[in-house]
Design a binder for this molecule. Structure first.
Ligand code: 2P0
Length: 318
């Protein structure tokens, strides 16, 4: 066992969204979903053995924190593997818990680090399975490029590498505040109360098929149409939950309008928005600088982050 093992992973953004779980063990999404892994936004996680005491210790962005989800996940892992008490230090180079999928990159980096640190012998599928049990979207951050999370295995698989279609992603940050209702609670609420939830379930397989076909044929117009539809259907579920879940700021809405205008002007760009106020504009390399410049001018945009498609979770600095 090494003294310290370090891993890195990137967040991903879903182009066909997941919002709602199955009533089964294993943290299984209710619907097939599909994402791209981002470059530039990075979670770095290091694991070392605890020297004194038996309680795990968790540090996030330099501060020691308690995290029930993480403790529960480690307990489940220990039912299957011999994992000693550990100190986990995780840091994000982007806002945490603000709709930029820090839990996705967090659990993907963590299982990757623990796998090597404790010689668990997990392959990518198994790491994806464990990451999913921490946070379903984390299953996808094990891989780079275009990634699918589908039944029956619910272990993410890579649909295509980044080089297949090197799209770019411009993130417009409109708030750095942590969200008030986390995704797990939000999707439980939507499943329980939104009158649109059953329609959402019925449409998901078609959305998934259209998006995976658009990716394999590099059909931007088709991908744009289905990705924006999936995003807006998910936010419709959120808005029609009781009480309502509204993650957008006025600037989020203005960014969506800006992206539609850019598209009308001939740019290849579409938006997607997760459970948070940040807008992700997916575009071709030719349109990237125009998209960045236009979004930077939208009132209320605090920061623009340019990303490409990133790699999967991996060990660094052994
Ligand atoms: C997704 N999101 O497909 C959707 C779109 C956010 C909006 O999956 O309860 O952190 O930990 O499994 O994975 C965010 O939810 O939720 C998410 P849990 P997760 O990316």
């Amino acid at each position: 066992m090494q003294n310290t093992t370090k891993a890195q992973a990137h967040p991903n953004i879903a182009l066909v969204k997941y919002w709602g779980k199955q009533d089964k063990q294993g943290n299984l999404p209710a619907t097939p979903n599909l994402s791209i892994t981002l470059s530039n936004l990075t979670t770095t996680t290091e694991v070392q053995n605890k020297q004194n005491g038996t309680a795990d210790e968790f540090h996030l962005n330099g501060e020691q924190v308690e995290d029930d989800k993480l403790h529960g996940w480690l307990q489940t892992l220990r039912k299957h593997f011999d994992v000693p008490a550990v100190v986990i230090k995780s840091a994000n180079n982007f806002p945490t818990s603000a709709g930029l999928a820090s839990s996705a990159s967090g659990f993907a980096a963590l299982i990757t680090a623990i796998n090597t640190h404790c010689d668990l012998g997990l392959n990518e599928e198994m790491r994806s399975n464990w990451a999913r049990q921490g946070s379903a979207s984390a299953a996808r951050s094990i891989h780079g490029g275009f990634v699918a999370l589908v039944p029956p295995q619910w272990e993410a698989m890579r649909l295509a590498p980044s080089a297949h279609w090197p799209l770019e992603v411009v993130v417009a940050v409109t708030s750095r505040a942590a969200k008030s209702v986390n995704s797990t609670q939000g999707m439980q609420r939507s499943k329980r109360t939104s009158p649109f939830y059953n329609a959402w379930l019925r449409g998901a397989a078609d959305d998934y098929s259209a998006a995976s076909e658009a990716i394999s044929t590099r059909n931007f117009t088709q991908l744009a149409e289905v990705a924006e539809l999936s995003c807006l259907k998910m936010h419709s579920l959120m808005l029609t939950s009781i009480p309502t879940l509204s993650y957008w700021t006025p600037a989020s809405v203005a960014c969506m309008d800006c992206i539609r205008t850019l598209r009308d002007q001939g740019h290849q760009v579409f938006f997607t928005v997760d459970a948070g106020p940040q807008i992700k504009a997916v575009c071709t390399a030719e349109s990237r600088s125009a998209v960045s410049a236009a979004l930077a001018q939208v009132p209320g945009v605090l920061e623009i982050i340019d990303c490409g498609l990133g790699e999967g979770a991996r060990i660094i600095d052994q």
